[in-house]
Design a protein around this ligand. Structure first.
Ligand code: PEP
Ligand code: MN
Length: 337
């Protein structure tokens, strides 16, 4: 439920209600808005007498949260969340652009990529050091060596680093190097991992599982939020359908739908969403037009020789062209990019 405080409620009133809620065995999350403060009381509230909370000091009203994803819901927080991590801003009218290779392959490759994507207007660098590969015989990533190379690229360019964490035991290691932790599509429902990134102070980019519904995506985000980490970005990266002309099917209605249901910003990844370099620019432009708060794009110095996902990666010139087109659309819609 949501405890809506009166406009003139004092910090002491809020503190009192937080104690009351926690005392009922629920978890209180305070959300300070521009108009007023609300406290989301989440947990099993079937036995709670809402009336007893209503008479608390500074309380305006008690409302049920109808969505199953409580903290992620627009019912709890009306203003869109803006996620910031170093050079990267996602949401609130700014389209963040996270670009770079699928995998970190060498220091030269990642530093060169960072320089090129920054020059074209990207605001964060991507690159996998721990790679979830379909086959155990494929390149698995450079692990900690790769993380060090990402840190070198950040030192060189100032770009924030976004990289994937695949398991709970690697969370602290990756948080030591990265500005944003990516939870990959294959791990969207790895609940122990979601709980673990809920406890760290780094933003999380949560990718949609290829067979997950949007409600499942939001409930996965809920694990991170309920763990205490409010900085979650959702990422549509395509789903599995009967269609096979593209690697996955990229549903852009996800962007519009999520903007009606959640305050969390929405990023689109047209590289994995299409699986073909030549389709990425048009879908990136369409994502910006649909209202995406961010883009994640695979860019490689030499896609033909990439160790992973070269067939969907752009070279530097292609990425620069794509950015020029996306910026025109963003400007027309009065968004910064
Ligand atoms: C990636 O970003 O390189 C990746 C593995 O993406 P996904 O988890 O969406 O497949
Ligand atoms: Mn990839």
């Amino acid at each position: 439920m949501i405890v809506v405080m009166q406009k003139d409620a004092s910090p002491k009133d809020v503190e009192h209600m937080v104690d009351r809620i926690n005392g009922l065995g629920l978890k209180a999350h305070v959300i300070v808005g521009t108009e007023r403060t609300v406290i989301a009381a989440v947990g099993d509230d079937r036995k709670t007498h809402k009336e007893s909370l209503e008479s608390g000091p500074g309380v305006a009203e008690i409302l049920p949260i109808l969505a199953p994803y409580k903290m992620a819901s627009l019912e709890v927080k009306k203003e869109q969340s803006v996620i910031r991590a170093g050079s990267l801003t996602v949401g609130g009218g700014t389209v963040g652009v996270i670009a770079g290779p699928c995998s970190v392959e060498s220091e030269e490759q990642i530093v060169q990529s960072a320089r090129a994507v920054k020059a074209a207007g990207a605001t964060a660098l991507r690159g996998g050091a721990f790679k979830p590969r379909t086959s155990p015989y494929s390149f698995q990533g450079l692990k900690e060596e790769g993380l060090k190379m990402l840190a070198a690229a950040r030192a060189e360019t100032g770009l924030a680093v976004v990289t994937e964490v695949m398991s709970t035991e690697d969370v602290d290691l990756i948080a030591n190097y990265a500005d944003v932790l990516q939870i990959g599509a294959r791990n969207m429902q790895n609940y122990r991992l979601l709980e673990a990134v809920g406890k760290i102070d780094r933003p999380v980019l949560l990718k949609r599982g290829p067979a997950a519904t949007i409600e499942e995506l939001l409930l996965a985000a809920e694990y991170v939020l309920n763990g205490g980490n409010p900085n979650v970005m959702l990422c549509e990266r395509g789903i599995r359908t009967f269609e096979n002309h593209t690697r996955f099917t990229l549903p852009l209605a996800t962007v519009a739908y999520l903007h009606h249901k959640t305050h969390l910003p929405v990023v689109v990844d047209p590289s994995h969403g299409t699986g073909h370099t030549y389709l990425v620019p048009d879908m990136a432009v369409a994502s910006v037009a649909a209202g995406a708060d961010g883009l994640m794009i695979e860019v490689h110095p030499n896609p033909e020789h990439a160790l992973s996902d070269g067939y969907q990666s752009m070279n530097f010139g292609q990425f620069d062209q794509m950015m020029r087109r996306c910026r025109k659309v963003a400007e027309a819609l009065e968004r910064r990019m």
